[in-house]
Design a protein around this ligand. Structure first.
Ligand code: NAP
Ligand code: G4F
Length: 381
């Protein structure tokens, strides 16, 4: 389905916005052309790895970013080129999942072949503090995007392939191993919102024949993981403890078990789902689970530290209702998509610890030279 790159005029009136707000002309558009993807949540962990993958595969990538008072594009900065550059293939558009009109406008402007819907308030603990917001963005935001797509494809008649970022949190209290046939039992406002989004997606597939694939992804991590998720919180703190930049790490429930994989592997599964003849639902997981305590032990021991001297329990990090054990069965993804994870648990721990050790070294160098080194998110969970 790959076609020769050819400049065409069909899109010449379209515009693309740089993240500093300057609106600049879209340099060109392709009708018989490379595929064009639209990514919500492009500034997040998965959005950054997915964009890298799609650009490597020759796609033109468009991402929706939120207006923020500080730059929020760190994770994709290395991919960004000024839209005036004829080589530019990554374009950013201001938008928000709370704003259905802007989603419609972006769809009309971009006219994607594939949509990867990753945008979400993705923190489970925070969803207990902000349940209405989480439902509005994660559940209703998905509905807004599906409605915008239904309208735009109704007019254009074009089939657009849609990826819905579902979560293993939807299984919640269901016993492991969890697969595509396991009944959902969500345990947080985040998980309930993701279940709603999942069923909206399935309903639009069944009701309107839209091409919508639903990933049910188990936890996936990386050096780009948000600093308040437990794995990154651990590797970042252990690295800073190693260099004497902090003494203690405060955590909640150490007994919870998760099926942790590497985000770079998981975005490949997202892409593969949209390359199938028919859309379907897929669990993406390693099939192996570890407790938070095991992640702590593995990280501290890799850095030559005794975790018991540094880790303390802080009840503030307990959740009103916890998900005790997630372990996925990825057989369907293996058999139908030919997907399997490459990075093991031990490799993941090392990759993240190595990265955070380097960050801590940079911080220490600045401090030792007398600079005030404020690290991103310093001091917060
Ligand atoms: P993440 O790092 O938290 O990224 C979330 C993205 O959503 C960010 O780009 C964020 O923008 C954007 N976003 C948040 N609120 C938005 C809004 N109101 N409008 C538009 N965009 C908004 O999450 P991730 O780990 O990459 O996860 C990607 C998706 O997969 C999420 O839907 C998540 O729920 C789901 N998921 C993740 C995992 C996992 O283990 N990572 C597992 C299963 C499912 P800002 O940068 O401006 O905040
Ligand atoms: O790292 P977490 O915050 O991830 P959680 O809740 O599993 O959610 C992540 O994975 C989901 C997929 O299953 C995604 F859908 C979701 O968007 C997100 O990416 O917490 C993991 C476990 C929990 O049981 C938590 O109670 O770690 C436990 N934990 C213990 N101490 C802690 C802490 N979690 C955090 N964030 N911070 C702590 O101090």
């Amino acid at each position: 389905m790959w076609q020769t790159l050819a400049r065409c005029s069909a899109f010449k009136n379209g515009t693309s916005e740089k993240h500093d707000g300057a609106e600049v002309p879209q340099p060109f558009c392709y009708q018989h052309r490379m595929k064009r993807a639209l990514v919500t949540g492009i500034t997040g962990q998965d959005g950054s790895y997915l964009s890298e993958l799609l650009l490597q595969k020759g796609y033109e990538v468009h991402g929706i970013i939120r207006r923020a008072s500080t730059f929020n594009t760190d994770r994709i900065e290395h991919l960004y080129k000024d839209p005036h550059d004829p080589e530019a293939r990554l374009f950013l558009h201001y938008g928000d999942l709370a704003d259905g009109t802007c989603l419609r406008r972006i769809l009309e402007r971009v006219r994607p072949d594939e949509i990867y819907h990753l945008g979400a308030q993705s923190h489970v603990r925070v969803s207990f503090d902000e349940p209405e917001y989480t439902a509005d963005i994660d559940a209703t935001g998905t509905l807004r995007l599906l409605e915008a797509l239904r309208d735009s494809t109704g007019v254009s008649g074009k089939t657009v392939r849609f990826y819905q970022a579902g979560s293993s949190e939807m299984f919640g209290a269901a016993a492991p191993p969890q697969s595509e046939t396991t009944a959902f039992h969500p345990r947080s406002p985040y998980a309930v919102s993701k279940v709603a989004a999942h069923w909206y997606a399935v309903n639009y597939r069944e009701a309107y024949g839209m091409y919508i694939a639903c990933g049910i992804l188990f936890n996936h991590e990386s050096p780009r993981r948000g600093e308040t998720f437990v794995t990154r919180k651990i590797t970042r703190a252990a690295a800073r403890i190693k260099l004497g930049l902090q003494q203690k790490l405060f955590l909640g429930n150490l007994d919870a078990r998760r099926d942790w994989g590497f985000a770079g592997d998981y975005v490949e599964a997202m892409w593969l789902m949209l390359q199938q003849e028919r859309p379907d639902d897929f669990v993406v997981a390693t099939g192996e689970s570890h407790s938070v305590r095991e992640f702590v032990e593995a990280t501290f021991s890799y850095l030559g530290l005794d975790w018991k001297s540094h880790v303390e329990i802080e009840p503030r990090y307990f959740r009103p209702s916890e998900v005790d054990h997630l372990r996925g069965n990825p057989s369907k993804a293996r058999e139908r998509l030919g997907w399997s994870p490459r990075v093991t648990f031990e490799q993941l721990v090392r990759m993240m610890a190595d990265h955070d050790l380097e960050m801590a070294r940079q911080e220490k160098t600045l401090r030792d030279a007398g600079h005030v080194a404020g690290i991103r998110g310093g001091g917060r969970e």
